[in-house]
Design a protein. Sequence first.
Length: 236
Amino acid sequence: MTQKMGRADLHMHTRASDGLATVQQLLGYVTQHRPHLDVIAITDHDTLEASLWAYEHRANYPFDIVPGLEVSSRAGHVLALWVTTLIPKNLSLSETVQAIHEAGGLAILAHPFHLEMDIVRANALRFWHAPHLLREAQVDAIETHNSGGVLPFTRLAARLWAERVGLPQVGNSDAHTLGAIGSGQTRFPGRSADDLRQAILQGSTQPEGSTWPLRDMIDYALFMREYHQVVQYGQV
């Protein structure tokens, strides 16, 4: 009998960092509008506030919740999954991955070719020409589908790169708005968070998805413009 394939979205944001929704709104939305998702992770930038709230209340929701965050390393962003303690930012890639592993988690390199990000532009070619650096850092997987990418070739480049490096691949939405949740996802054998973790470690995951809906792209762009104006004029 063919094993059932689960679906996970392990990269999304709330108001705890730069998302538009509260953690409660996000969880309610997934419950009502994304019933196909078996596992999710809230991965705000350098904070566990919303993720831990969700994890502590996981029994109230019909899907598994993985605790985690998106860590700002000196080599780019790294998803720290299955962690409940804060991972320091501004460390090297190797130091970041080591800290995640010591916390009991998995380290996934996020959107490695989103060239609209300064830190990614600074490191993309270096890692492309020296793939051994990722293996030496003991990165567990690469996010090869990220629905928030503006340039479509970045996803293809990430997949080719992951195949070259020989690391497992995952797909996520990187949702900052509710409507974008589930636009990118990871297929895996099984249905639970434990099944998903085992699948990542075994390299049996499959990334898939599309881009954010246009409405969500616009909503997030307007939100970020307003946010930067507030920051610029010292109102936060």
